[in-house]
Design a protein around this ligand. Structure first.
Ligand code: SF4
Length: 324
């Protein structure tokens, strides 16, 4: 088996606030191989986006700090690189697509200037080769009349078109790892499906390792090979997509899946997860999910569960899964 493209080990990112230290990412570990997609799922504030920002060392400083762990990209630990080295790694070896394309596009520069910029800095292209490659990239993400679109400004394109431009910029290197953080949330439903297909095509063509962050479990089922479910800054269950959907073990994963509305289901009310996500600055002792868990036992409130292996790459952090 080929070594993973990205190997995150015991990653910890803390945020210091006046109310206390928030363990936004608290010992997260996972790997993603070439051509594989890992889905990171969980409620808002579970640590999904902060994990991705930590990989790129783009956490909001000075409040947030990466305080431990390793992020190995093809064996190189990104946490020990200089800022200068990281500037070359971002965009070239690791690219990120954000929820709102306007966060990645500068409204005062034309699309052409922004698409050409990484081609100049990473590939040293110029003249006709540069112009040709910029057109090719827009065409590769399905933008019609690409030469004309290069002269447009971001506000002159639709949301779906802007997200495609961001996709074109993300694959310009192409990178080894693509992080897509809720990339379809701001798109219309019809455009969402097209964009997901496009991401999958790009991934297959370039054998990208992909981390796909979303709270939409339907998208996870379509896009991902493996899933990591996050709660309170930790991965509480992880495994192949068919196991997480077919035989979920952790009570939080089961609650997440039950809260998804099903077409044709004869229910009067949608199932909601009782209670609120915990205050990360004042986590209860033991299992962080205990205050919301219908199966909580005395031990759950006193001792934090370790990660138990369920076989075939399936793991769970729940005392119920402790081997006998
Ligand atoms: Fe529920 Fe206990 Fe499992 Fe936590 S460890 S999810 S409280 S059963």
């Amino acid at each position: 088996m080929s070594p993973p493209v990205i190997d995150v080990r015991e990653l910890k990112t803390h945020i210091v606030t006046r109310w206390g230290t928030i363990k936004a990412v608290d010992g997260v570990s996972f790997t993603v191989a070439e051509g594989e997609t890992l889905g990171l799922v969980g409620e808002s504030g579970s640590g999904k986006s902060m994990t991705c920002l930590s990989i790129l060392r783009l956490v909001p400083r000075p409040a947030a700090r990466i305080v431990g762990g390793q992020v190995l990209l093809d064996g190189d630990d990104l946490l020990t690189q200089s800022e200068r080295q990281m500037q070359r790694i971002r965009g070239k070896r690791v690219a990120m697509i954000l929820q709102d394309p306007m966060s990645s596009l500068n409204p005062v520069f034309s699309i052409g200037m922004q698409v050409r910029e990484p081609l100049v800095s990473y590939h040293g292209l110029s003249g006709k080769a540069l112009a040709r490659r910029a057109v090719e990239l827009l065409a590769a993400v399905g933008i019609s009349s690409p030469a004309a679109r290069l002269r447009a400004y971001p506000h002159q394109l639709s949301g779906g078109m802007r997200q495609r431009v961001v996709g074109a910029m993300a694959i310009s290197a192409p990178p080894r790892l693509l992080i897509a953080d809720e990339p379809t949330t701001s798109l219309d439903l019809t455009i969402q499906a097209q964009y997901l297909r496009l991401l999958k095509d790009l991934q297959e063509r370039h054998r990208l390792a992909m981390i796909f962050v979303t709270h939409n479990l339907g998208i996870v089922a379509k896009m991902c090979d493996r899933v990591a479910v996050m709660y309170a800054g930790r991965i509480v269950e992880a495994g192949p997509v068919e196991m997480i959907f077919g035989a979920p073990r952790h009570p939080y994963t089961r609650a997440l899946l039950e809260s998804v509305p099903r077409l044709g289901a004869q229910t009067e009310w949608l199932t909601a997860i009782e209670g609120q996500p915990p205050d990360l600055a004042a986590l209860p002792p033991g299992c962080a999910f205990a205050p919301r868990c219908a199966h909580a036992m005395e031990r759950c409130r006193a001792e934090e569960p370790s990660e138990f292996s369920l076989g075939a790459g399936h793991t769970s952090r729940c005392w119920l899964d402790r081997p006998a």
